[in-house]
Design a protein around this ligand. Structure first.
Ligand code: 13P
Ligand code: SF4
Length: 320
């Protein structure tokens, strides 16, 4: 414990010395989220993380999250130093959508608009016409559909089919999934609902359709936190990464939150309700990134940056 507080004190000093700000995702460890709050940084969903880093005056941004979040930050503010506790923190959606294959897939349907989830590499973003996060995906696809556009959607098939169902848009899907949300179990969730009939079920749309069908509210991390605050229920079953409980409990101290069931009882599952890449963000690694960013600084290819920036700005302007 004293070690943790030592790290925190040191990081606080370093953030000031280096004119740096800590931007953390809701899935990072509670101590990291608390530190971001205590130091004037932010804890947010992927859309708001991007916006915050862009407008904050600090010259160094420390992104506690996964690689695509750091790259997005660098694309938006190439003049700033962007560092991450570890560059190895990837995302199964990003890994499952290599640029060459994705680009060939898009080439087969040149008449379609390419809409990609933010959880992708800079190269995939540069290939896209639009980038979306789960906070704004529904509205953006609705808008494109109203304009009569047909869509190529990548990489998350669950989020894609959720949006397809809700907008009726003509969408061709890439076959990708989040290893964390893919682990929620339908039968066990039904049993849990029966056990706690007064609980509301909150689901991130990266979860499979059968899980989404059991939800009382579906949305991005920030939308699920809003739902926890605004719904009258005192009890919630939450199907997303458990890191989100920090903010939910902080904002709703008198409510109870339960994790939705994952792989069967007694089973071990490395990715169950806790993203293994988000978990790579530790206090020690944050301190190291501030002391010596050598192998922790995020760079993006400047040619790809231009294309990615165009589609990222389209999203930011649309959802402003
Ligand atoms: P949000 O944009 O909802 O924060 O989601 C990011 C993410 O990686 C979810 O798994
Ligand atoms: Fe990617 Fe899933 Fe981890 Fe989010 S929770 S960063 S979508 S692997």
């Amino acid at each position: 414990e004293t070690e943790k507080s030592d790290y925190k004190t040191k990081i606080k000093q370093l953030l000031v010395e280096k004119n740096a700000v800590l931007v953390a995702h809701y899935y990072t460890d509670p101590e990291i989220q608390a530190l971001a709050e205590e130091t004037g940084g932010c804890v947010a969903d992927s859309l708001e993380m991007a916006r915050f880093g862009k407008t904050h005056p600090a010259t160094t941004i420390v992104v506690a999250g996964v690689r695509f979040m750091g790259e997005t930050s660098k694309i938006l503010t190439p003049e700033k130093t962007v560092v991450m506790p570890t560059l190895a923190a990837t995302c199964s959606l990003d890994v499952g959508c290599p640029i060459d294959e994705f680009s060939a897939f898009c080439d087969k349907h040149p008449e379609r608009k390419v809409v990609v989830y933010a959880n992708t590499s800079t190269a995939v973003k540069a290939r896209a016409d639009w980038i979306v996060t789960s906070s704004c995906a529904l509205e953006i696809v609705e808008h494109l559909d109203e304009q009569g556009e047909k869509i190529i959607w990548g990489p998350d098939k669950h989020l894609g089919s959720y949006i397809q169902k809700n907008t009726g848009a003509d969408m061709i899907m890439w076959d990708g999934a989040c290893i964390v949300h893919d682990e929620f179990k339908t039968k066990a969730l039904k049993d849990m609902k029966a056990l706690y009939p007064e609980a509301a079920v909150l689901v991130h749309p990266e979860s499979p359709a059968e899980i989404v069908e059991l939800a009382d509210a579906v949305g991005s991390t920030s939308q699920l936190i809003k739902a926890a605050q605004t719904m009258n229920n005192k009890m919630f079953i939450v199907a997303t990464d458990r890191g989100i409980f920090y903010k939910m409990q902080q904002l709703c101290p008198d409510k109870e939150f339960f994790a939705a069931p994952t792989a069967g009882e007694g089973a071990t599952c490395k990715s169950c309700a806790n993203c293994p890449w988000m978990a790579m963000n530790g206090l020690k690694a944050i301190e190291e990134a501030l002391i010596d960013p050598a192998d922790k600084e995020v760079f993006v290819d400047m040619t790809l940056r231009e294309g990615a920036l165009k589609s990222l700005n389209r999203m930011l302007d649309f959802s402003a």
